[in-house]
Design a protein around this ligand. Structure first.
Ligand code: PMP
Length: 360
């Protein structure tokens, strides 16, 4: 059996070149005479790696100088809670825009820590659209507005950054970071679990504007305090060194592909191919409003649920892996992150055509 085309939502496919490089240098990294996993994070070799990875990410996203880039742990989920801990008082409003399961979870985790307001919600459409900005009910005194620019489960994506005026905009970009250009300056804070477009799970990248760090309460335990992490270069304690290393390789790979502009062209082409086929098939269906469809996660259903098991069994046998939809929505989902080549999406479309012809 050989490597298949992996459509997993996360942990997701990594670029094959990156995996090969990691494999080649697994036992001895650079001149360390040891694996990169086996050396001190405070040694000069690892510090150089860490700084280079940060610089490459800064270059890729043109991160302005007044933002810190942090390499943290805990998954995006930990930061659902840690963000209100750092940036809101308990009695202060925080505005959440609900566009799917992840923004719902983020709002729920914030509830014990601040006064959560739901500024807008697309729940009434079963999360098939982005609520129009004009209809959002924002509180001008809120500590921040939280959005999830790409909802991994429902496949719903913001194609424009909403204007929230003077209230800082926070974005969970776990499943869209590096897939296309991102105007960092429109956000006060961005965060992403790494396991889609950055590297392995267990690493979280956060990009945060300096002035926000002044809000972090001094009485927070240090390990939860972003200002402390920033002051110590994300080395308050032992970071996820292996994740940081792999993220560095992925950043170099994205640069070699031509950066996020080239990634966007590549991702747009893949998404157009797949949605175009689904819409024209008269067989498969994607429920998301066209203007809000994700470039990264493409859910689709078959005409009858009793075909799902057969579709999954046959697609897996054809080397098209992990197409099962999230348990919350059922059906199928093809996640087509940066590392998925166009040929992988073409192979999926060819399989889908053949399956439809045989199971009409
Ligand atoms: N936010 C989004 C948009 C996600 O897709 C995920 C995971 N798939 C999470 C948050 C949670 O990430 P983690 O499992 O790293 O906590």
């Amino acid at each position: 059996m050989s490597r298949g085309y992996n459509f997993s939502a996360g942990p997701a496919a990594l670029p094959e070149d990156v995996l090969r490089q990691a494999q080649a240098e697994l036992l001895e990294w650079g001149s360390a005479r040891a694996s990169v996993m086996e050396i001190s994070h405070r040694g000069k070799d690892f510090i150089a790696l860490a700084e280079q990875a940060e610089q490459d990410l800064r270059d890729l996203l043109a991160v302005p100088a007044n933002y810190k880039v942090l390499f943290l742990q805990g998954g995006a989920t930990q930061h659902f809670a840690q963000i209100p801990m750092n940036f809101a008082r308990r009695d202060q409003a925080v505005d959440y825009v609900l566009t799917g399961d992840w923004s719902e979870k983020a709002a729920k985790e914030a509830k014990p820590l601040a006064r959560v307001r739901i500024a807008a919600s697309a729940a009434d459409s079963n999360y098939a659209r982005i609520p129009a900005r004009a209809a959002w009910d924002l509180d001008p005194t809120a500590a921040y507005v939280h959005v999830t620019p790409n909802e991994t489960i429902r496949g719903v994506e913001f194609h424009e950054v909403p204007d929230t005026g003077a209230v800082p905009l926070f974005g969970d970009v776990s499943s869209t970071i590096l897939s296309r250009p991102l105007d960092v300056s429109k956000y006060a804070l961005l965060y992403a679990g790494a396991q889609k477009n950055i590297g392995p799970s267990g690493l979280v990248v956060m990009i945060v504007r300096d002035d926000l760090l002044e809000r972090c309460p001094r009485d927070l335990p240090k390990i939860f305090n972003y200002a402390e992490h920033a002051a110590q270069g994300s080395m308050l304690n032992t970071p996820n060194t292996w994740g940081w290393y792999l993220a560095g390789l992925v950043f170099k790979w994205v640069k070699a592909q031509g950066g996020v502009v080239a990634m966007a062209e590549h991702n747009r082409a893949k998404a157009q191919l797949l949605y175009g086929y689904i819409d024209g098939s008269g067989y498969y269906r994607n429920p998301v409003e066209k203007s809000a469809r994700s470039w990264m996660n493409v859910p689709f259903t078959l005409p009858r649920e009793d075909l799902d098991a057969k579709f999954l069994e046959e697609s897996e046998a054809a080397g098209l892996l992990a197409l099962k939809g999230h348990r919350a929505v059922g059906g199928m989902r093809a996640s087509i992150y940066n590392a998925m080549p166009l040929e992988g999406v073409q192979a999926l479309v060819d399989f889908m055509k053949d399956f439809a012809a045989r199971n009409g």
